[in-house]
Design a protein. Structure first.
Length: 278
């Protein structure tokens, strides 16, 4: 059975993600997994610092509390749907990524509060880390959105090569929601081409991948991130679908990723998928 993972810290955003995952599971007959990560101190290492008795008691209490909250969530939102729950201990992003591989998760739906300022530059949000490194599609949400209301999906595109895998996933996404696809090129001072030339390339792109029910647009802005957000607001988008290159470390800090930046700064659901290198 196909599986949806909802990382859950019981915040308002996480509960919104759970509600959306339940709706998606009802439409697609997928199994929903709820994962709660109890974050351990950075210096905690059982090999170097054996767990003390009071620590073990505390961790058990935290785990039991999470299971109790899982039961309340299931009773309120998913009484008739089988839910798999699990509590793990460690680094939030690492534990989520490990679980995705271990349980063979095919879609992650997770809440995000975003990140800002120095925290965004140095640390980033957990959602941003999952978006960058997950091997499967990820939907990030800040508030609840009914899948039935998703009818306009923005698909920002840089017309790079090796997009076959990404575009096939976006087409499947569009088909699932029975939505219109709004393909947009963001013109910036640092990456500017004339509208006529870009529209010809966008038309060739749409024809190449045999897209249906779509619009083509060129939108001018100072930065790609703000351009995507402004365009999405302008057409009242219900979702944004984006590819990410999954950059890590210093390369990520220096060059960033538009998809990850947008995740941190917009309210509508964002579907992301790491572009596989050819």
């Amino acid at each position: 059975m196909k599986k949806i993972l909802v990382p859950c810290d019981f915040s308002e955003q996480a509960i919104c993600a759970f509600r959306m995952a339940i709706d998606l599971s009802e439409q697609s007959k997928r199994e929903v997994h709820l994962l709660h990560v109890v974050e351990l101190p950075v210096m905690h290492d059982s090999m170097l610092m054996p767990t003390l008795a009071f620590e073990a008691t505390l961790l058990k209490e935290l785990g039991d509390n999470a299971e109790n909250q899982f039961s309340k969530l299931k009773a309120e939102y998913a009484s008739d749907i089988p839910i798999v729950t699990k509590v793990v201990f460690g680094s939030t992003s690492m534990m989520i990524l490990d679980y995705i591989k271990e349980a063979e998760i095919e879609l992650v739906v997770m809440g995000t509060k975003g990140a800002s300022g120095l925290r965004e530059l140095v640390i980033g949000s957990n959602a941003e880390k999952i978006v960058r490194r997950a091997p499967c599609p990820v939907i990030t949400v800040r508030k609840y959105s009914s899948p039935h209301a998703i009818k306009n999906i923005v698909f920002p595109n840089s017309l790079e090569q090796d997009q076959e895998d990404l575009v096939q996933h976006v087409k499947a996404l569009q088909d699932f929601f029975k939505a219109s696809l709004h393909i947009v090129w963001i013109n910036t001072p640092g990456n500017f081409t004339s509208d006529n030339v870009t529209l010809v390339r966008l038309k060739d792109f749409a024809k190449r991948f045999m897209l249906k029910d779509y619009t083509l647009s060129v939108f001018n802005d100072t930065f790609e991130e703000s351009g995507v957000i402004s365009f999405a607001h302008a057409i009242k988008a219900d979702m944004i679908a984006m590819g990410t290159h999954g950059r890590r470390g210093l390369n990520h800090v220096m060059s960033g990723s538009v998809a990850e930046d947008v995740v941190n700064h917009i309210d509508c659901p964002i579907w992301t998928y790491t572009i596989k290198k050819g």
